[in-house]
Design a protein around this ligand. Sequence first.
Ligand SMILES: Cc1cc2nc3c(=O)[nH]c(=O)nc-3n(C[C@H](O)[C@H](O)[C@H](O)COP(=O)(O)O)c2cc1C
Length: 365
Amino acid sequence: MKTLVDTTFRALRFLPPETARGLALFGTRFLRPSRVVDSSRLQQNLWSLLFSNPIGLAAGFDKDATAVSSLGKIGFGFVEIGSITKSPRRGNRKRPRMFRLEQDMAIVNQLSLPSDGLQRVEQRLRRHYNRAQRSAESVRQRVRPVLGANISRDPDNLDAASCCEELVSCFQSLQPIVDYITLNVSCPNTTRRFIDIVPPKRIAKLVENMRAVEPGKRRIPLLVKISPDFLPNEYEALADLAIDGVFDGMIVGNTTMARTTELRSPDANEVGGLSGKPLAGGTNHLLAELYRYTKGKVVLVGCGGVFSVQDAMRQILNGASLVQLYTGLAYRGPRLVDQMRFEFSTMLRQYKLASIGDAVGKAVS
Ligand SMILES: Cc1cc2nc3c(=O)[nH]c(=O)nc-3n(C[C@H](O)[C@H](O)[C@H](O)COP(=O)(O)O)c2cc1C
């Protein structure tokens, strides 16, 4: 089975990236559930949610929740679906709109948030939720990945009030059926940035409106996903909101439009969001900055350039409690996650740390 998965996965590299992503998603239903059991040293309780390990799937891989029930088999501690937009959209019409930068272990995408839309994604998540509820009753203590939904405004919508309405609708429909929600304020493939349309002060009001539609005492954790291209005053304004409790955490970060590093692949200058290895240095820098700025009081999620347990550990030492990956999975395949879970325990022993929680922010002075 192992060789079949590995061979199939290697074959996907010869297909156009968007086709490969579709087939990889479909293929997850044939995977056998991971047999690696997470050591309790990898567990963390954040926002009253139990994360069996700190490795998560980043948004963009399962945008429409078509594989949500099988992604848990890969061994992730958490899985983020989306970005979900209120109305269905096809994204950028131009093809191809995803490029593999093999020599740089990177991807450039100019998808511009295609989505099946809230209604269809909600239906799929609701089916998954009902199944998960039933199996939790029959198999007590079943470990399942924490499930997040990433929501975004339609990037073609440039009107502040209706952007906010879209996001409140997404929040309202999804909050009963997922464990946390991420507000994506950093989609790079857009004519006007979200934070230029809805600046941080107005974002606080938007979140107030989201909270107003939550029933009773429920208060779902709400994270904000920032861009590595934000200026210090921009990410600090969002960090201030997190310090004030408007957000429960920050995902650091999305793809970048910048091409500052030396890229060697032929498609390096394609316009679009760059992900993968070239993001790693900047992500670690930004994590450490934010960990310092928030005095370690805000939960940070590292995202950008994780291809190994060493990469993940570096982000944790720089302040991340959790890490997410996408491009690493595209290059290394689903076995990467088990390998990382296995190696994390050894790594903690090497660092003489009792748990992941003890490693968070240790490299930040
Ligand atoms: C093809 C592709 C599509 C993506 N789509 C989304 C998306 O819809 N929403 C989002 O918040 N991030 C999206 N991302 C960004 C990833 O979630 C992640 O932030 C970024 O790729 C950096 O992580 P990585 O280096 O591990 O890939 C996408 C990334 C890629 C490569």
